[in-house]
Structures are given as structure tokens and as C-alpha cells.
Design a protein around this ligand. Structure first.
Ligand SMILES: C[S@@+](CC[C@H](N)C(=O)[O-])C[C@H]1O[C@@H](n2cnc3c(N)ncnc32)[C@H](O)[C@@H]1O
Length: 257
């Protein structure tokens, strides 16, 4: 079932990567065609709208829930700049309150949780909360930071103790000063999604190389173009599943039956 591939810029689990965007857009279009209407989309931890605003531009109806007033301010401005403020509802809240916030009308066709499961207090509860908000046939799109990429990245930079800590610690951090609150393994993520009644239909490791190549080696446009081409080649590769396991982030699409 796993479909592992690579991609390009944007921190793990942060802004949309090319591969994540491509898969999400294709899925949203297929669902729109099947339903005969734009999708109702919830983006929990949607931040400044890197995922939500393009979906609104595509015609879908967005609800973005995020605890940060600054992020929501930027989201509203970004939506206005693209002329889609009428299709983006911005609500201040978090994984604990999202059910109450949208409770009156809870059935979403698509729920995104991108780069946010790392920072919530209780990942299991957060997945349960968003799974409960999906309409039958709805899709959960999850992007999380992967542990193995961080192990490799620290080792190649000579930070060997950190690499070992990321490998061995249950939370995948190199220590208390690690800015990442948590990193995940593919099997655990897939199991968590299944445990909440969702069926994974797409599992893809993304952004394989960008964080591994020292920026000092990327000092020309030609180098950056070559790196992007390498990521695209990895994204198109289905013969080497190991590539996906090394991606800095994991993208999972899972449907509710
Ligand atoms: C790395 S950003 C990801 C933003 C966006 N989803 C993206 O992919 O670009 C993490 C976001 O999670 C939000 N956040 C932090 N704690 C949260 C919580 N407990 N529940 C929901 N969102 C949270 C932050 O405010 C921030 O906007």
C-alpha cells in the first residue's frame, strides 16, 4: 500500500511540498467531481494558509482553526490578496477545542492536519478529534515529520550524539532543546490512523534530499535546479521504497468508510 516518493522545499510538515500539493489537489478534484460540488475543508493548525488558501482559490470552502492570532491575521490577509476571503473562515482554537468550534455543522469532506501533529499535546486525541469531524467518505490528509530523515541529517552533519538520540528516544527528539516537539515513524502513524476508523489510501515520504545537502553546496541557480530535478525524480520513482522512508515528512491520505 505504501507509495514512497520524494519532493522539494518547505520544512518537514510545514508549507506544502510539491508532492503533497499535487496529491492533495488531485484528490480534491476527484472528490469534487464525485460529489458534484466544492468540498467542505477543515485545516486544523492551518497557520497562515499555505494549504488552505490554494484550496480556496480552487473553489473549495475552507475552515481554518489555529491557536495563533498572528497566523490567523496573516491567513485573512493572504486570503484577501487572492480574492477568496469569502471562502475562508478563520477560527481561533486548537486540537482540544476544534470539535466544539465547528460542532454545529461538523461534517467535512476533507480535513488537513499538516505539520501540526508534532506540536499538539496529545497526537492520538487530535487524530480522534479530526476523524470524528469527517463526513462518510471524507478524507484525512496528514503531514508529519519523519524520524529517520532527522537521524540521517544529524549524522551527515557530524552531530552523532544527536543522531543517536533521535533514533533511540520515543519522541524522536535529540534533546530538550530540540525545536521539534516530536517526530514520527511511518508504521506508528499508519496504525494511529487505522485505530480511528480511517483507511490509508496513500502513504508517501516527501522532501528526501533538500535538507541533507549542505546549503554551501547550493550556491548557484544551476545547483538549485538540479536539486529540484532530483526531488522530482525521487517523487516519480516507485521502484525504491526506501527513498520515501528517508523523506523529511510523511504524507498520509486516509478515508472514512
Ligand atoms: C508548522 S505550523 C504548520 C502550519 C500549516 N499547517 C502548514 O502546513 O503550513 C504548525 C501550526 O500548528 C499550530 N498549532 C500549535 N499548537 C496547536 C494545537 N494544539 N492545535 C492546533 N494547532 C496548533 C501553530 O499555531 C501553527 O500554525
Amino acid at each position: 500500500m505504501s507509495e514512497h516518493r520524494g519532493r522539494r522545499p518547505g520544512p518537514a510538515g510545514g508549507p506544502r511540498t510539491t508532492a503533497v500539493q499535487r496529491v492533495l489537489d488531485a484528490h480534491a478534484e476527484a472528490r469534487r467531481a464525485a460529489l458534484g460540488r466544492p468540498l467542505r475543508v477543515l485545516d486544523l493548525g492551518g497557520g497562515t494558509g499555505g494549504t488552505a488558501v490554494p484550496l480556496a482559490v480552487a473553489g473549495h470552502e475552507l475552515t481554518v482553526v489555529d491557536p495563533s492570532p498572528d497566523a490567523l491575521f496573516s491567513l485573512r490577509r493572504r486570503a484577501a490578496e487572492r480574492g477568496v476571503e469569502d471562502r475562508v473562515r478563520a477560527l481561533q482554537g486548537d486540537a482540544d477545542t476544534v470539535g466544539d468550534l465547528v460542532g454545529a455543522d461538523p461534517a467535512f469532506d476533507l480535513v488537513c492536519l499538516h505539520g501540526t501533529l508534532e506540536v499538539v499535546d496529545d497526537p492520538e486525541a487530535a487524530v480522534g478529534a479530526v476523524a470524528a469531524l469527517l463526513a462518510p467518505g471524507g478524507t484525512f490528509s496528514l503531514v508529519v515529520a519523519q524520524r529517520l530523515h532527522a537521524v540521517l541529517s544529524h549524522a551527515l552533519a557530524g552531530r552523532l550524539e544527536r543522531a543517536r538520540a533521535v533514533l533511540e528516544r520515543p519522541d524522536g527528539r535529540w534533546g530538550e532543546d530540540d525545536p521539534a516537539p516530536r517526530r514520527f515513524d511511518e508504521d506508528a502513524v499508519v496504525e494511529m490512523v487505522r485505530a480511528h476508523g480511517l483507511t490509508p489510501v496513500h502513504v508517501q515520504g516527501v522532501r528526501v534530499f533538500a535538507d541533507l545537502v549542505p546549503s554551501a553546496l547550493l550556491d548557484s541557480e544551476a545547483d538549485r535546479t538540479a536539486l529540484a530535478a532530483l526531488e522530482e525524480a525521487a517523487a516519480a520513482d516507485t521502484a525504491h521504497p526506501l527513498l520515501g522512508s528517508l523523506g523529511s515528512a510523511l504524507h498520509v491520505l486516509a478515508t472514512r468508510g
